[in-house]
Design a protein around this ligand. Structure first.
Ligand code: NAD
Length: 437
């Protein structure tokens, strides 16, 4: 089967590479010429564990190709995935201009029957708009070719995207024709071995499923962060509370870790877009409004702790920031909590020394010369008044504390043993834990 994936970002590149890995012939298309020429030279636009090997292998064996030209890519394809960005518009709704632009281009250039699948995260009703854009483009060129539209939201996690795509918890597909169902069932067959399920449903439900999933995960995070804030006030330790509640299988241990707020390209924008959809239908999603508000506050929590510790006098103080990306194993800096913290520290007149194992390159595009760029965690800590652990990369988990001169540690992810650090003479601040001074 031949497949075209339009949009070669996190989702499009992983989708294209993993489909090629199981034998599909794939062309990944993007408007970004630099990105496509880099990919042809083996340079990936993103960091994602295991992705480089899959891309290189399949590019070399000829199953994976890269192009900026949708006209050349479409002939002979049975499926076209739309995997372009859907950034938040000014009112928080998902901006569909890229998705609809691609739909129009597909309508203008398709040559035979095609299943057009939206993989981007899009609000309910987008498939209708995609359908309309394809039809109008075809009418404009005076042709009518048969096609189907489908929705196949992507659930991969950045940092584990290849593994998630190859062994999905589930594949959700929204269809309204048997033919589309058959084609997509066949395409995904190799991923369903070992019991991974494919769930077919109507298109509106599939579109909604993606938002409901991300909204639920964001809710778990904000809920725990809210409880963590209260734990600090009442003298409870959220780490113990987390273990206590997670043992109940109805709650479970996953995704109930407090921290300094969620970031990334998905949760913030998807929660906003779902709230916006609710407003359009006259229904306010009050839980999600609170989820967002709690998260905005949570991103400021670490700065508040630092500011209180230094009694509001941060001018000329130096802080080591360990970790910049919004979570470990990715270079994605979109909506990263580190940016909120660094901005507040700089505003207060502090000096900031940063290190991240992978995201330095991306972070430099945003922070430029506002911070000192360091070679490792110890270099970042050199001369610092305090350490702020922001992203829980593995290599930050067991530092050699003997090499750290700073005496104060702000742990934004509760990864350190507070009692041990206290014994070693550090002042430790976690999130929602008892403070050791
Ligand atoms: P991205 O910004 O990394 O990539 C989008 C790509 O589309 C860019 O390379 C851009 O150049 C390209 N593009 C834009 N217009 C184009 C056009 N007309 N023709 C061809 N290419 C075009 O975005 P992403 O993170 O991959 O996200 C894509 C979609 O998938 C979004 O809707 C997002 O919400 C959703 N999603 C993302 C993730 C994630 O973890 N990143 C997970 C699940 C779903």
């Amino acid at each position: 089967m031949k497949v075209v994936v339009i949009g070669t970002g996190y989702v499009g590149l992983v989708t294209g590479a993993c489909l090629a890995e199981v034998g599909t012939e794939v062309v990944c298309v993007d408007v970004d010429q630099q990105k496509i020429s880099n990919l042809r030279n083996g340079i990936l636009p993103i960091y994602e564990p295991g992705l480089e090997e899959v891309v290189t292998r399949n590019y070399q064996n000829g199953r994976l190709a890269f192009s900026t030209n949708i006209t050349e890519a479409l002939p002979g394809a049975e499926v076209a995935f739309i995997a372009v960005g859907t950034p938040p518009g000014e009112d928080g709704s998902a901006d569909l201009q890229y998705v609809l632009q691609v739909a129009k281009e597909i309508g203008t250039h398709m040559t035979g029957h095609l299943v057009v699948v939206t993989k981007s995260t899009v609000p309910v009703g987008t498939a209708v708009k995609v359908n309309r854009a394809i039809k109008e483009a075809m009418l404009e060129r005076g042709t009518l070719i048969d096609y189907d539209v489908a929705s196949n939201p992507e659930f991969l996690k950045e940092g584990a995207a290849v593994a998630d795509f190859m062994k999905p918890d589930r594949i959700v597909v929204g269809v309204n024709t048997e033919r589309a169902q058959k084609v997509l069932d066949q395409l995904y067959y190799p991923f369903l071995l070992n019991g991974h399920p494919i769930i077919f449903m109507d298109i509106a439900s599939a579109e909604m499923t993606k938002y409901a999933a991300n909204a639920m995960l964001a809710t778990k995070i904000s809920f725990m962060n809210d409880i963590a804030g209260l734990c600090e006030l009442v003298g409870a330790d959220v780490n113990k509370v987390r273990k206590g509640i997670g043992s109940d299988p109805r709650i479970g241990h996953r995704f109930i870790y407090p921290g300094i707020g969620y970031g990334g390209s998905c949760f913030p924008k998807d929660v906003k877009a779902l709230v916006r959809t609710g407003m359009e239908y006259g229904r306010s999603l009050r839980i999600l409004e609170a989820v967002e508000a709690v998260n905005d506050d949570q991103k400021k929590v670490m700065f508040d702790k630092i500011d209180r510790h230094f009694e509001g006098d941060l001018r000329g103080k130096t802080f080591a920031i360990w970790g910049l990306s919004f979570k470990p194993n990715t270079d994605d800096m979109r909506e990263a909590p580190s940016l909120v913290l660094i901005d507040a520290l700089l505003q207060a007149g502090a000096l900031v020394r940063v290190f991240d194992p992978v995201a330095m390159h991306e972070a430099k595009k945003i922070l430029a010369d506002k911070v000192a760029w360091c070679t490792d965690l110890y270099d970042a800590a050199a001369g610092a008044d305090a350490i702020a652990l922001v992203t829980e990369w593995n290599e930050f988990r067991l530092p050699d504390w003997q090499r750290i001169k700073a005496r104060t540690v702000f742990d934004g992810r509760n990864i350190y043993d507070d009692v041990m650090l206290h014994k070693k003479g550090f002042t430790y601040y976690g999130i929602g834990t008892t403070q050791h001074t």
